[in-house]
Design a binder for this molecule. Structure first.
Ligand SMILES: CCCCCCCCCCCCCC(=O)SCCNC(=O)CCNC(=O)[C@H](O)C(C)(C)COP(=O)(O)OP(=O)(O)OC[C@H]1O[C@@H](n2cnc3c(N)ncnc32)[C@H](O)[C@@H]1OP(=O)(O)O
Length: 229
């Protein structure tokens, strides 16, 4: 029993292969896989190669919130509360590579900015061949939410407003650029643009408001861990 409980406590999950009972380390989903287009790989390579020099950090991304707790503890929250329940982060719930949200985030806490490179897959369809507006909202909320958690700790979305400016074709490549605009007490005001990174098309522009728990805003996020406030 300890053989199964200990690896789970360390963040490992049961091996998905049938008849294999050894736990696997969680898979980082924010790295290229066979479903990433050449454009997605090119932009990822560029963001990665300039990241360190320009003060950005690539965020590893796992399928379950609790799997973040070793590498990105401020994203795991109090996820122990779901015990061994079989949960999925919503944007990682579609399992086939390339079918749902393929994305990689880069974070710059001192500048209060986050970039999310994304390739929306065929299971996110709304109108034929186009991404569903709810899928775009998920991408926006996840990006603004991640930035808010990084700068301020435990925060929930209080408000989200999106202008959908141009349809997003499935399997296209998008770059979301988010920034923290201001803080007012427990409230964070954030904004983002969602663009074609190779062209002029602005697909969406959004603003969001996050509210911190009373007494915890600014005390639990990545920024607090690193001494940026
Ligand atoms: C690479 C890795 C990827 C991994 C991804 C990880 C995913 C991580 C990201 C996941 C991201 C997912 C993120 C998610 O999906 S979070 C899930 C969706 N959000 C929620 O469930 C939030 C539910 N709502 C609440 O909990 C409360 O209502 C909140 C906390 C919002 C307010 O309750 P609170 O107790 O704070 O409010 P108050 O009543 O004392 O009022 C205080 C002030 O606030 C003003 N106010 C109140 N409501 C609103 C409103 N709606 N818009 C604008 N303003 C509002 C109010 O007028 C007052 O203003 P003032 O009079 O002071 O001026």
């Amino acid at each position: 029993m300890l053989r199964r409980a200990l690896p789970r406590a360390l963040g490992a999950v049961p091996c998905p292969r049938r008849r294999c009972h050894r736990p696997c380390p969680p898979r980082d989903l924010a790295v290229p896989n066979a479903a990433w287009s050449d454009r997605m790989r090119r932009h990822y390579g560029h963001l990665l190669s300039t990241a360190t020099r320009e003060g950005w950090t690539r965020l590893p991304s796992f399928r379950r919130a609790r799997e973040h707790r070793h590498q990105v503890p401020w994203l795991a929250g109090d996820s122990d509360s779901d015990g061994a329940g079989d949960t999925r982060l919503f944007p990682r719930a579609i399992e086939g590579d390339g079918d749902g949200f393929e994305f990689a985030m880069f974070l710059n806490v001192p500048k209060g900015r986050l970039r999310c490179l994304c390739q929306p897959g065929p299971f996110l369809e709304g109108h034929p061949g186009l991404a569903h507006g709810g899928a775009i909202a998920t991408l926006v909320d996840t990006s603004l939410g991640t930035l808010a958690l990084a700068v301020a700790g435990r925060v929930v979305t209080a408000n989200l407003s999106i202008d959908y400016l141009a349809p997003v074709p499935l399997r296209s490549v998008l770059l979301l650029e988010a920034s923290l605009q201001r803080r007012q007490g427990r409230k964070l005001f954030l904004g983002c643009d969602l663009r074609d990174p190779d062209g002029d098309t602005l697909h969406a522009r959004a603003t969001g408001e996050g509210h911190g728990d009373r007494g915890t805003l600014g005390t639990r996020g990545h920024a607090a861990h690193q001494g940026h406030r």
